[in-house]
Design a protein around this ligand. Sequence first.
Ligand code: TYD
Ligand code: MG
Length: 445
Amino acid sequence: MKQKTVYQCTNCAFQPPKWVGCCPSYQEWNSISSTVAQVVSKQSQAAVLTMAPLSSFTAQTTARMRTGLEEWDRVLGGGIMPGSFLILTGDPGIGKSTLLLQIADRISQQARVFYFSSEESLEQVTLRAQRIGCRDSAVLFSDTAQLESLITTVTQEKPDLVIIDSIQNCYAAQIQTVPGSIAQLRETAFHLMRLAKENNIAIIASGHITKEGEIAGPKMLEHMVDGVFYLQGEDRWQTRVLRSVKNRFGAINEIGFFQMEENGMVEVPNINQSLINSISDTPGSVLISSLEGSRPLLIELQALTVPSKFGMPQRVVTGMDPKRIVLMAAILEKYLQIRLSDHDIFFKVSGNLKIKESGADLGIALALLSSYFQQPLPSKSIALGEVYLTGQIKPINLINLHINEAQKFGIGKIFVSSQQKIEHATANILRLNHVYELVNLFSEN
Ligand code: TYD
Ligand code: MG
C-alpha cells in the first residue's frame, strides 16, 4: 500500500496540504504535526449494500427510564429514552456532576448504570455520593477517560444507561490531539452516538460551556446529539434552572427547577408561584421577558426617578447601555410632556443580567413612568415591545415564545404593540400604539 505524509493541526484536525507554522483554521502557531498514513484506494472501501423495506424492521418501543425527580423527567420529555445520546451542560460548579450522580443512583434501582468519571477521581465521587446519600448505590464506576476502553466495556456489558462526566475529558487514543480539542470532541461524539444507537443504550455526557454560554466545541456536537440540556444559575431566585434547548424526544424550552442543598439537588416544583410571590407591586418595577440564547427569562427592571438637586441630572444605569435610558427618557419627555430632564434617573436590571434586546424598550418606558408617577403597574404583568424614536410601539420577534413562557409563570397581563400578531394566549393582551397611551395606565392624582 502507498504511504503519504499527512499534516494535521493538533487542535482542530485541519489538514493543510503541506507543513505550515500557523494553522490557518485554528489560528495557532506550532500546532501542526505530521504522521505517515497509508493511502487507501477509495474503491476498496465501497460495497454494495443490501437495501430493505421499512416493514422488515421492528421499532424499539422500550419504556423511558424515569428517575422520579419530576423536574428532570419532565424536561427530558417524560424520562430518559433508551438509545438516546444527551448532553448536560452548564457553568462549572452549577451542579452537573451532582445531578448526574443522583440520576444514576435513581435509575440504578431499576436498570444497570455505568458511570465514567473522567473529570474527578473516584475518591471525589465517593465523597459526593456520601454527601447525597447514595454511597451504597448499585451504579458501577470507573475513572477511565479513554474512549476505546469505554466503548469496549460498554459494548460487552450492555448497561442501560451510561453517564460520562465530562465529554471534554474523554479522548480517543487514535487521535493525536489533546482531550477537549475540536478533533477529539468530534471523534468522541461520533463514536458515542454510534454506541448509543447500535446497542440501544442511553448515554448522558456532561459538557463544559464557553464564556459565551455555548457548549465548548464545534456547533456540530449540538447537532449530532439527541438532546442538549442546560443547567443554569439564577441569581434572583437562588435556584438552578434546567432547560432543554434541543430534544428529539420531547419539547424544547421546557424548564425544570432545582435548588442545591446540603445533600444534593432538590426539586423546586412550585417555582412559578414563588417567582410571582417574590415580585412586589411597587412603583418603578416592571417585568419583561428576555431571550437568553433561545431561552426566554422573566426579568425585573427597576427605575427610580427623583427631582435633581443640581443642574446636571444624573443617569446611573446597571445591566444595560445607559444611552438606552437617556433615549427613552427623551422620548417620554417629548411626547408626554413630563420633566424627566430635571430628574435623576437610577436604573437597574435585576439578577445581574445584561439586557441588549430592543424588546425591552416598552418595559423601560413603563418602569420610568411608574417611578415618575409613583404608581405600580398591574400585578403579574409583563411588557414586550420596541419603542421607535417617533414614540410608536412596535412588535418584537418570537412573541409567542415569550408569551408561552410568561403564562407558565402565571403572568395574566401582557402589554404589547397593537401591530403584534399573537397565535394564542390565555393571558389578557393589552395592545398599545404609541407612548401617548402609556399615561392612561397611571391614574391622575
Ligand atoms: P458539582 O456537581 O460538582 O458541579 P459541576 O459538576 O457542574 O461543576 O457541584 C459543585 C458545587 O455544589 C460545589 O460548590 C459544592 C456544591 N454542593 C452542594 O452544595 N451540596 C451537595 O450536596 C453537593 C454534592 C455539592
Ligand atoms: Mg462536574
